[in-house]
Design a protein around this ligand. Structure first.
Ligand SMILES: Nc1ncnc2c1ncn2[C@@H]1O[C@H](COP(=O)(O)OP(=O)(O)OP(=O)(O)O)[C@@H](O)[C@H]1O
Length: 273
């Protein structure tokens, strides 16, 4: 039996200062049979930055996130996270190391309450014996209280207090996306991978989500890697942008640099975004 840990409190305003490279993607190639989803992709992510991955449909953006979080195993290349280099990352190992993920098509339990869905994000951090947990005695009780406190702070932070007990399936789509973000944040990640966090949202929901992503980055100091189709959003909130097209990297730089890149302009001409 392990002693109950003291979950860290969400930090109050770490301020925002981009640091050293935390995640380094080198020469990643991934193919599905004859389909080359990614060809020799390299880019890095610095601590505390907001890094966007953009590109037309089928460019390889989701495949890239799936390589980072261990869902896909690239045939070539390495990923270095906080100085440790991996050819193949396993999903659980990635999560334990501090990389959390939200999904394009939400991966929430629709019949469960908002609170319980967010608690599933704490599972990796629960240390006490499963029998003590079930009986809620001893260290397990103390630990559960601490985890619930952490989750409540995230609920306050993302302004979803009013829906704590509501089954997630009954919430509007924009709020479900916010719960998915809360579940990922409950893992206390150092890096948050967001797969189209604003997809399918109306303007107001997008503005809210932008504010929350910026606040998470600012207040928790979390590094953010996001795939996003809305160029306005990308240009507004990203520090740097990687551009993929047909599985190849065609641009990498500040929003202004990629916007002025002729290859990027060409890739987007005639496509709908
Ligand atoms: N599991 C898979 N099996 C076979 N092919 C796949 C698989 N996943 C992705 N692909 C292919 O890899 C390429 C890149 O797809 P990916 O979903 O990564 O692109 P994307 O940029 O995220 O696209 P979108 O913007 O439409 O989500 C596409 O040709 C896609 O059909």
């Amino acid at each position: 039996m392990h002693a109950a840990p003291s979950p860290a409190q969400p930090p109050a305003g770490t301020g925002r200062k981009v640091g050293d490279v935390i995640l380094d993607v080198k020469n990643i190639s991934l193919a599905f049979g004859g389909v080359k989803a990614l060809t020799d992709i390299s880019f890095d992510v610095r601590e505390h930055e907001i890094r966007a991955i953009i590109g037309p449909n089928g460019a390889g953006k989701s495949s890239m996130l799936n390589c980072i979080n261990g869902v896909y195993q690239p045939q070539q290349g390495t990923i270095t996270f906080r100085g440790k280099t991996f050819a193949h990352m396993k999903s659980r190992q990635v999560a334990e190391m501090g990389i959390a993920r939200t999904f394009q098509n939400l991966a929430l339990f629709k019949g469960m309450s908002v609170l319980d869905n967010i608690m599933t994000g704490r599972n990796l951090r629960i240390r006490s014996n499963i029998f003590l947990q079930a009986l809620r005695i001893g260290p397990a009780e103390k630990e559960e209280i601490q985890h619930r406190e952490y989750v409540e702070r995230i609920i306050d932070f993302l302004e979803i207090q009013a829906y704590r007990k509501t089954p997630v399936g009954q919430l509007p789509y924009g709020l479900q996306k916010r719960v998915d973000l809360a579940r990922a944040l409950a893992m206390e990640p150092q890096v948050l991978l967001l797969d189209e966090p604003m997809a399918g949202m109306n303007l107001e929901e997008k503005q809210d989500m932008c504010r929350f992503v910026l606040d998470v980055n600012d207040e928790f100091g979390t590094t953010v890697v996001l795939i996003e189709h809305d160029m306005g959003v990308v240009m507004d909130i990203s520090d740097r942008v990687v551009v993929l097209d047909y599985g190849k990297k065609i641009g990498d730089g500040s929003p202004e640099e990629v916007r002025a890149n002729p290859e990027v302009i060409n890739a987007y001409l005639g496509t709908q975004h």
